[in-house]
Design a protein around this ligand. Sequence first.
Ligand code: G3H
Length: 528
Amino acid sequence: MEFHPIPENFKITQPIHQKTYLVDGELKSWNGATSKVYSTISSTVDYAPTLLGSIPLLEKEQAFEALDAASAAYNNGQGLWPTMKVIDRIACMEKFVSQMKTKRDEVVKYLMWEIGKNYNDSQKEFDRTVDYIYDTIDDYKQLDRNSAKFHKHSGVYAHIRRGPLGVVLCLGPYNYPLNETFALLIPALIMGNTTIFKPAKLGVLLLTPLMEAFQNSFPKGVVNILFGRGRTLASPLMETGKIDVLALIGHSNSANALQNTHPKKNRLRIVLGLEAKNPAIVLPDADLDLAVKECIAGTLSFNGQRCTALKILYIHESIFQAFKAKFCAEVDALKFGNPWEEGAMLTPLPEVDKPDYIQGLIADAVSKGAAVLNAKGGQRTDNYIYPSVLYPVDKTMNVYHEEQFGPVIPIMTFNDIQKPLNDMAESNYGQQVSVFGKDSNTLAPLIDSLVNLVCRVNLNSSCQRGPDVFPFTGRKDSAFSTLSVRDALRSFSIRTFVAAKDNPYNSGILKEMLDEKQSNFISTDYLL
Ligand code: G3H
């Protein structure tokens, strides 16, 4: 890649050496082993990875400190945080988000350097996360308003709310190190749980500007932040049996391994967003320009490193030639550049070994009869491999089965719609699908089948999580539990209530509690 000077405001002038971790409300210093953080983006004309800084490599002793702090703050549901008035928990969250907003530029800059996300998408990730926090606060108020009443049935009064579950271990992914992680952490917190949070392998230093805000916005022990390896930190935590909720966005292998180390699996709640292999199905009457445009965005936004990315395309045989010509031309016209460069849709891959992995998938497919259809497919630079359009792909090839999570696009053709439907039914994944077509007589029965194979059918558009108020989930190995602003509040809580037989004795007690505002739980006050 030709070297373009880096704009002043995006240059790395000083590495960030993150020397503290957050436990029990204290930013504790770490003097032990550290791990250097490099970006695969070069700062110099001759290619060399850029040193961004370093992070602590904490040991299990520090993980246990965090667990003790989170458990003490929860105190079997009797802690300050789980018993706090809704309005006060909201005040803490508002304090946090107002400080977070002041760190936008720094976080966006590190999103670009650490994971190679382009400038627009990095800004979007930050803004969307701030919106998510405000929307969560609003929905929590609504939930609280809906609960501020008594039900009566068969002579029994019930005051029903949602209560916290306990200590939540939050593990986020590298592709959305801010948004996906906070989409777990924020609802877990606001529902009254206490948390231990460990960032993913990449996208860690971007949290440094937020450490103080976490420290000063929440009571001690409510948010604990650890740095280091999952195997060293997360597994020992699970083995204690004291983690009540495992909230993980990542791979099912990690989710299964962690669940298996918990001694009392029946007690463990899981909230998981996992891998997917979302297909696009392009029908004969599809608007080709639209289908091509959406398939480009679906397969190659953030270089395909999205769980929601389109990872296999099924094109009807009758339009394959036309689709192929347009699609390949558009893929080859995409600009590769550093994240801050104008119009760079394709950006360096943050995982050093990813280009080799993708090249391996291409070689495997080609050895079994596929061809690379586009001229630039598979071209390498120091930190990139240009997207390859592979055709014809079949089930003997690794790229058919594996979630590539990178720039390679397998294509299959079909004559009978039952072919993609059978493949989806057989697949281990079940997150989303995109279907392109116009005839409602064809689409209607197809949609009726697709909704039972996945959890979101995107009509004439690529797959995506957003808007974040919509349910985000999946079948089979793709997810467990549902996330959305509202669903996440449910996923991180349980219904709990006070029941009292309707008689003057009980009514007198309840009335006094309400009049004197003695309980934080039993309350009919409305939050506006
Ligand atoms: O990696 C999975 C993300 O949830 C995808 O979110 O569809 O908004 O890119 P997105």
